[in-house]
Design a protein. Structure first.
Length: 390
């Protein structure tokens, strides 16, 4: 349904685009029309009204472009498609008719970090479309921008400049630029590229700290998950944490084990921690470790109460709690694992907080289905690490 709604936006805009480009611009009531575009729901609710509003909004004169862009504040993804179509129609008509875009006003809008990130990126695209110097003039100043798209552009340019200095034999200059790119990077590919270059230059790089991975855990298990039944069973750790306690596990008694992962991306391997035997490089198919549940617990000392995201990568079924509140539950087995695979929203309180992770392994016997691991990081909505005092 969501994708059908997106295609409907594209089709509607394409149908009338030639008319809009050849029509005469006029002053329109941007605020009223923008409100109708923002009213489009995630499943396409309000599509008919938005279609009519878009045709009117696309008639706005070029001087109203900043106002149209400002209307994107609070817009959902489908609404953003309507706004983008209107902005592009206005700009294309203006250029086609030999007019000029309000570059100074657009640059002012770009500089206003209170505006919607995608609207600011669209403003930059308009500027760059008519000014070849835009990237060199504007992008370097956006390394720490709250718009992930603009920040990515700035990091990409910094990496490009660093590579040029490296190629020219200017190692010190390249190192400095790579370090700035690493500090600003929030997306995994750029973090890996910048950190890899710094390491090759002999620099110390703390990727776990940069990304906010939790590295120290208390772990306990295995508990029973035969036939997948353990996913919904509240074993003792879900009822309260007592690190000195001993519980009945799947095979015998189990106790908490302290563990600090050395993996650069915070991966915790439960097979290793729960001492699963190996046959060469492959784990043996032991009853204790098949159809099993493991728990990981960590305390997180926060300097202030604040909203955070807990982002998890896990190849097994999992549940995440923060201070006893279940934030996410994902009963999916062996469908891949990647950084930030699952994103949960939570509220840290000032002082001590408790993070509990439940990781369930099933009974598949294929060698590729023996992985039993997770990674977890704490960050803000941009992916900037939120670090614990402890």
């Amino acid at each position: 349904m969501k994708y059908n709604a997106i295609f409907a936006v594209i089709a509607a805009c394409s149908f009338v685009i030639s008319f809009v480009q050849s029509s005469v611009a006029e002053q329109v009531d941007v605020e009223t029309l923008a409100a109708k575009l923002r009213a489009v729901g995630p499943k396409g609710e309000g599509h008919a009204d938005a279609s009519k509003a878009w045709q009117s909004l696309a008639q706005a004169n070029a001087e109203q472009l900043p106002a149209v862009l400002a209307g994107m504040q609070g817009a959902g993804r489908l609404s953003e498609n309507w706004f983008r179509a209107a902005v592009e129609a206005i700009a294309q008509r203006q250029v086609k008719q030999g007019g000029q875009l309000p570059v100074e006003a657009l640059e002012g809008f770009l500089a206003d970090t209170r505006q919607a990130p995608r609207a600011r990126r669209l403003a930059y695209e308009l500027i760059a479309g008519i000014d070849d110097s835009a990237e060199e003039r504007l992008i370097p100043g956006l390394l720490n921008d709250p718009s992930l798209e603009l920040r990515r552009d700035a990091v990409a340019l910094a990496l490009q400049n660093a590579a040029a200095e490296e190629k020219a034999g200017k190692k010190n200059e390249a190192t400095d630029i790579y370090a700035k790119a690493f500090a600003a990077a929030r997306e995994l590919d750029q973090i890996k590229e910048a950190s890899g270059k710094l390491k090759s230059f002999g620099q110390q790089v703390d990727v776990p700290r940069h990304m906010g991975f939790v590295m120290e855990w208390q772990l306990i298990g295995p508990f029973d998950n035969v036939d997948g039944k353990g996913f919904d069973v509240a074993y003792a750790p879900e009822k309260g944490i007592d690190l000195a306690a001993t519980y009945e596990g799947k095979v015998g008694n189990v106790q908490w084990k302290q563990h600090r992962t050395s993996d650069e991306f915070g991966i915790v391997d439960l097979n290793e921690i729960f001492e699963r035997p190996k046959d060469g490089n492959d784990y043996k198919l032991t009853d204790e470790h098949k159809g099993a549940v493991g728990y990981a617990f960590s305390k997180f000392e926060s300097e202030q109460a604040r909203e955070i995201e807990i982002r998890v990568g896990c190849i097994n079924a999992n549940k995440i709690w923060l201070n006893g509140e279940l934030l996410t539950a994902n009963q999916v087995y062996h469908a891949g694992m990647e950084v930030d695979q699952y994103v949960a929203h939570g509220q840290l309180k000032k002082g001590s907080n408790e993070i509990l992770v439940k990781v369930c392994q099933n009974e598949q016997e294929e060698s590729w289905a023996q992985r039993w691991q997770f990674q977890l990081r704490v960050c803000d909505e941009l992916g900037t690490a939120v670090l614990a005092k402890n």
